[in-house]
Design a protein around this ligand. Structure first.
Ligand code: MCN
Ligand code: CUM
Length: 788
């Protein structure tokens, strides 16, 4: 099944490969990012950061800095304390220092801020500030954090240990019984390391407080401007910032990938500085600050077990995880899900019994936990289950594709209720895997592998048949700090039949200006080229929860369709009036109402729009517009099957990805070109942590990968050629049958790569390798296992 194209290219509704409307300004170098904005009288902020992971601050001496020409102010935690702004809440309801008053908790933590007339002066003044520290024993290892004699980090919260929360789901006893009765049990430790998103644009803001109006405008690199506005009003209401006086504008964003969901101390300090000084204050992180201090991703220590019959029917899954959250839990999960949607870890398989528990701990590392195209921890879940299926296949001596087919949730089982409580809306897992196997020539590859193995060559084939879960709400289960997770569209049709549509989401590169316009074109027949899409300004956009966890299409995309349908209903009334027939006598085709049986009697949507302002029916309100707040009835469950083929060089341990086939299914596709772009980018962001990326700390909590010399990013040179294809299994509850897709590839790809490498090395007894699979790691294994 493919997405049906119902509109001509002149209208460019769903299914058209429309070129991105936003790209013109980017290609002309006319994007408007936060750092492009320069306001009159603007001051610049730079931040003093801690060299220690854990230390007491004995003194801060700013005298030399303050004496420098152009330095306007130095702000410390003690200054913010006077206004009770030295702490802020995190999105997970924990607390985080804005600036410390006595202790620093991770390397690169904000210690003080300098405000100056020039960015360079601010940077020089940062160097001139003398901070005296008394180093304290750091807690770096999360397992160490749980030991009874480990230093307690969050004494400010009255804690007596470093444990943050315990979360569990599933039936512990039934799972235990299934394990006892199993023919075969496999168990594996899996570490999914800390990684960093490295978007091209770092984080930053301009806080512009206008004392005459009492109004604060913040230009900010945020994926969720409305949530920031409300949170600001809640924490700074006591200093006179009430919500109608706060305007958050998220202009063009140079990549978010989850790293621009949290509220960083820098934003709050810049706001405080602007309010205190009555001038605009700009703060833009540099690359090292972004890498060293911003929200990380992953850092899950997983112990996973599968129980199965000897012919390969999986009967139970059990997972225990330790989550390292750094010094505060500043993940950006929905409030009721501290471990995000990790409980999707039964994956694409019909597993009767499952039990999952996650414990979170504090350590002396930067806070975060949700970033990097993760779908709220689905990446971790997929990695665990897709690795475990291969571990089991290896133990049973069964082909990993065969084992997957044997355990897939079958197409006729949807809607499928998983052992951990999710209701999968739709899927066809066997079809996607079959298609991927045909495209790559699976059987032929296995034959080639057997021959090459006989010659001692290392070739591996890895599969990942993942299930995603994206599109939060529904609001009965999903909220952030109590704010329900719906999303919105406000649509206005102008008299000449052109439109403006505003949304509560915020594109960071995903192409919303194009795809939302296509949705409205699909529903109203107004050419997508004539639909202006706006996001990111809280003074004009309807309230929404923002863009992350691939939720925009499932929520705001649905809201666009629903708002357009409301407009169409009013248009139908106007059309009936203009054509002097009853509404029932009208037929709709994209852009035109026709009289049934008299097809030459018709009015276009443009004529109707004009009439809405010039000649509307008596008794009807003028205008043609609608607002829709869409609360999805369920999440959407995109999925895919990826197959990776690797060749390993025995001499160097270098892994070369020979081929990578990705079959994705995100239901109906709005713009195939944009979806392919999302998948190409997502695959590269799956490849990167699988092969290269990791944030590493030493025992003192010093970051060892604090620059791109050590934190390795793939470039076009390292990145393999992606071969993509799709199946289309529409979501039954989404108005367009669409599912999210923005993170699928990042979620699904790493396991396929690891499975391929382990497959190559399996004849030598290798059952698992933790990512990143660096040449050195492979080289060591080759030597340890006596392969060379
Ligand atoms: N789309 C489509 N048909 C579908 C599904 C999606 O045409 N069936 C289109 C959408 O209309 C949209 C794009 O694909 O233009 C992604 O849609 P969706 O899956 O709804 O995801 P979001 O728009 O909510 O984007 C968020 C997602 C996340 S969470 C991360 S992280 C990520 C990602 O998008 N960050 C990105 N992709 C990114 N791409 C870029 N360029 N920059 C980022 O920061
Ligand atoms: Cu988890 S990264 Mo995206 O959800 O913005």
């Amino acid at each position: 099944m493919e997405t049906e194209v119902r509109t001509p290219p002149t209208i460019c509704g769903m299914g058209h490969r429309m070129k991105r409307k936003e790209d013109a300004r980017f290609l002309f170098g006319k994007g408007r990012y936060v750092d492009d904005i320069k306001l009159p009288g603007m001051l610049y902020m730079d931040i003093v950061r801690s060299p220690f992971a854990h230390a007491r601050i004995k003194s801060i001496n700013a005298e030399r800095a303050l004496a420098m020409d152009g330095v306007v102010a130095v702000i410390t935690g003690k200054d913010l304390e006077k206004y009770n702004l030295h702490w802020m809440p995190t999105l997970m309801g924990d607390t985080q220092m804005v600036l410390p008053t006595d202790r620093v908790m991770y390397q690169a933590q904000e210690v003080a801020a300098v405000i100056a007339t020039d960015r360079y002066i601010a940077a020089d003044a940062v160097e001139a500030i003398e901070v005296e520290y008394e180093p304290l024993e750091p807690v770096v290892d999360p397992f160490r954090a749980l030991e009874p004699d480990a230093p307690v980090l969050r004494t400010d919260k009255g804690k007596t240990d470093n444990h943050i929360w315990h979360w569990e789901v599933g039936d512990r006893e039934a799972t235990e019984r299934a394990f006892q009765e199993a023919d075969v049990v496999v168990k594996q430790q899996i570490y999914i390391p800390r990684i960093h998103v490295a978007s091209i644009e770092t984080c930053g803001c301009i806080a512009d407080y206008n004392p005459a109006e009492g109004k604060l405008t913040v230009y900010m690199t945020t994926q969720a401007p409305h949530v920031v506005r409300t949170a600001l009003a809640l924490v700074a209401g006591h200093v006179g910032l009430s919500e109608e006086k706060i305007r958050v504008i998220s202009p063009d964003i140079g990549g978010g990938f989850g790293g621009k969901v949290p509220t960083y101390p820098g934003y709050v300090i810049a706001i405080a500085a602007s309010v205190l000084l009555g001038k605009p204050v700009k703060w833009i992180e540099d690359r090292s600050e972004n890498l060293q201090a911003d929200s990380f991703a992953r850092d899950y220590h997983i112990t996973a077990e599968l129980a199965a019959t000897k012919d390969g029917k999986i009967t139970a899954l059990r997972i225990k995880t330790l989550a390292d959250h750094g010094y505060t839990d500043a993940a950006a999960n929905p409030s009721k899900f501290p471990a995000g949607l990790f409980s999707i870890c039964t994956g694409s398989y019909d597993i009767k019994h499952a039990f999952v528990e996650v414990d979170a701990v504090y350590t002396n590392k930067p806070p975060g936990g949700v970033a990097y195209r993760c779908s709220f921890r689905v990446t971790e879940a997929v990695h665990a289950i897709e690795r475990m299926v291969d571990v089991l296949a290896q133990k049973l001596g069964m082909d990993p594709a065969e084992l997957r087919f044997r355990n897939f949730v079958q197409p006729d089982q949807f809607p499928y209720k998983s052992a951990l409580g999710w209701e999968y809306d739709s899927g066809n897992y066997p079809a996607a895997l079959r298609k991927a196997m045909d495209l790559i020539g699976y059987e032929e590859l296995r034959r080639e592998q057997a021959e090459r193995r006989a010659r001692g060559e290392l070739i591996g084939i890895g599969i990942s048949s993942f299930t995603e879960i994206v599109g939060a709400g529904p609001s009965r289960h999903f909220d952030i700090l109590g704010i329900k997770m719906f999303d919105s569209c406000e649509l206005r049709i102008h008299p000449t039949g052109k439109a403006i549509a505003r949304f509560g989401t915020k594109s960071q590169g995903q192409g919303h200006e194009t795809t939302y316009a296509q949705i409205i074109a699909e529903e109203l027949g107004i050419p997508a080229a004539h639909v202006q899409v706006e996001e990111g300004d809280t003074d004009t956009a309807p309230y929404g929860l923002g863009t992350y966890a691939s939720r925009s299409t499932p929520t705001a995309g649905a809201a666009a369709a629903m708002a357009a349908r409301k407009v169409r209903e009013k248009a139908r009334k106007i059309a009936a009036y203009l054509l002097e027939v009853s509404e029932e006598d009208l037929e709709w085709e994209p852009g035109v109402f026709r009289v049934k049986g008299a097809p030459d009697k018709s009015v276009t949507i443009q004529e109707i729009a004009f009439a809405a302002y010039t000649n509307h029916p008596p008794g009807m309100e003028a205008g043609l517009e609608a607002v829709h707040y869409y609360d999805p009835p369920n999440l959407t469950f995109p999925f895919g099957s990826y197959i990776c083929v690797v060749d390993i060089d025995k001499g160097t341990g270098q892994v070369k990805i020979r081929r990578f086939v990705a079959v994705d299914d995100c239901g109906h596709v709005i713009n195939p070109m944009i979806v392919e772009g999302q998948i190409h980018g997502g695959l590269t962001m799956g490849f990167a942590p699988a092969m290269m990326e990791e944030l590493v700390y030493d025992e003192e909590g010093n970051i060892l990968t604090g620059s791109f010399m050590d934190y390795l990013l793939p470039t076009a040179v390292e990145t393999p050629r992606w071969e993509t294809a799709r199946t289309v299994t529409p979501s039954p509850h989404h108005p367009l049958g669409a599912k999210g897709v923005g993170e699928s590839a990042t979620v699904g790809a790493p396991a396929a790569i690891v499975n391929a490498v382990v497959d190559a090395l399996s004849p030598y007894g290798v059952t698992h390798i933790d990512i990143p699979i660096t040449p050195y790691k492979v080289w060591k294994i080759l030597h340890e296992k006596g392969v060379v």
